[in-house]
Design a protein around this ligand. Structure first.
Ligand code: S3P
Length: 435
């Protein structure tokens, strides 16, 4: 059986208890690998995420001349010091990884070889004009296929830095611009609403001069020098599954140590606390510029709330889990201003509405979100819609479902969290392959 056909069965009504660690942060792993690959010197990256999406980034970074060696739990990367190397024209497969493709569009725009960037069915439908347009304003020679992959990049003489105004709060767009801009000469400013700032933090670790004002980022291009070692914190977006799982199920308690707690990623913790969840954070410290700490969480009674606009960007990847939490809260939860959910690995508004309906939860769909009413989840067979976060959220629902849950098409879990089933089963869930 090919992995695409693997269906999983999660037995209903368990509790979870334990002390866990989650694998390295996906967003930070991408940045650490890309930036080490274009920096001067050798970087050891510890606790990186070993997943399909990260492998896509590693493969492409090798094409731009980085030497990348796996050594147990670490990667050792010798970078190319921003050299624009001559290579054969090259076709690059990004699999399911939007972050790899969008960030590497910035780097590849500045190279002196042509590249064709393509991906799987889900990635082939995702919007890329939002990245190609600002790069074209920087003199990049990029063509998309009606705004989506495949993307064709041809060599240029020079990247020309200009100031940008970007209306979408997207870390991938601003990161592509910043990475391309490192190959240009002039300082530039990006004015854009706040979104996760891992690229800015990581580049400053490599000696770059990036300063932040309220809504703008000022970049002075410079050479990058390896800080020798980067330690990647655990992925808060992976931890989120067990945080929500512990909150919604009875008699559950989970401790997660060494998790990234960048304030631009912790919106879902603020939302859950507003809904009444018991979540404690301790042992806060900074590692390579990123806030890291320990999270303690336990079963809690939740109430429905209206989620403020400001919290949406800071919780965008965890909104499927917030929808599951809302299905277990008393009353109505409304999530609006979340149209960006339609452009993820699946259209997460329609996938989650479909999932909740199949679970017999009342839910109303809007263009920019939904309202969810608390209820009882019935078991059912759910399709992942090719989306790892949808697949894992559906499996987690078994903690509170009346019957077992079967999730179809689950290979995509490997894109971000290959250890999900092991960790879940170790702390009390019961997920197995279902023929
Ligand atoms: C990411 C940025 C976000 C997020 C994605 C990872 C990143 O996407 O949803 O999972 O690592 O830069 P957008 O930039 O499209 O908001």
């Amino acid at each position: 059986m090919s992995r695409e056909q693997v269906n999983l069965l999660a037995s209903s009504n368990n509790k979870i208890n334990g002390c866990i660690r989650v694998p390295g942060d996906k967003s930070i792993s991408h940045r650490a690998i890309i930036i080490s690959s274009i920096a001067k010197g050798k970087t050891q990256i510890n606790q990186y995420l070993d997943s399909a999406d990260i492998n896509a980034t590693i493969d492409v970074c090798r094409r731009i001349g980085a030497e990348i060696v796996r050594n147990n739990e670490s990667l050792i990367i010798t970078g190319n010091n921003l050299e624009r190397i001559q290579k054969e024209d090259t076709e690059l497969n990004f699999g399911n990884s939007g972050t790899s493709m969008r960030l590497m569009m910035g780097v590849l725009s500045a190279q002196i070889f042509s590249s064709i960037l393509y991906g799987d069915e889900s990635l082939s439908q995702r919007p890329m004009n939002r990245v190609s347009k600002p790069l074209i304003n920087m003199n990049a020679n990029i063509k998309t296929s009606n705004g989506t992959p495949p993307i064709f990049i041809s060599p240029i003489d020079d990247i020309k830095n200009v100031d940008h105004k970007i209306h979408i709060a997207s870390a991938q767009i601003k990161s592509a611009i910043i990475l391309a801009g490192l190959y240009g000469r002039d300082p530039f400013t990006i004015t854009t609403p706040k979104s996760r700032d891992h690229t800015e933090i990581m580049l400053n670790e490599f000696g770059c001069n990036i300063t932040l004002e309220s809504d703008s980022i000022n970049v002075i291009p410079s050479k990058l020098t390896s800080p020798n070692t980067i330690d990647i914190p655990g992925d808060i977006s992976s931890a989120a599954f067990f945080i929500v799982g512990s909150i919604i199920s009875k008699d559950s308690q989970v401790k997660i140590a060494n998790v990234g707690l960048n304030p631009l990623r912790t919106g879902f913790i603020d939302i859950l606390k507003m809904m009444g969840a018991s979540i404690e954070i301790s042992d806060l410290r900074k590692v390579n510029g990123e806030v890291v700490g320990t999270i303690d969480v336990e079963s809690s009674k939740l109430k429905g709330i209206a989620i403020e606009k400001d919290l949406i960007v800071r919780s965008i990847d965890e909104l499927p889990l917030i929808i599951l939490a809302a299905s277990q809260a008393v009353g109505k939860t409304s999530i609006r201003n979340a149209e960006e959910l339609r452009f993820k690995e699946s259209d997460r508004i329609s996938s989650m509405v479909e999932m909740m309906k199949r679970f017999n939860i009342s839910i109303n769909e809007f263009d920019d979100g939904m309202e969810v009413y608390g209820g009882i989840i019935e078991g059912n067979t759910i399709n992942s819609f090719g989306d790892h976060r949808v697949a894992m959220t559906a499996l987690l629902a078994s903690l509170v479902s009346r019957e077992d849950i079967i999730v179809q098409d689950t290979v995509n879990i490997d894109t971000s969290f290959p250890d999900f089933i092991n960790i879940a089963n170790n702390i009390g869930m019961d997920i197995k392959v279902y023929d």
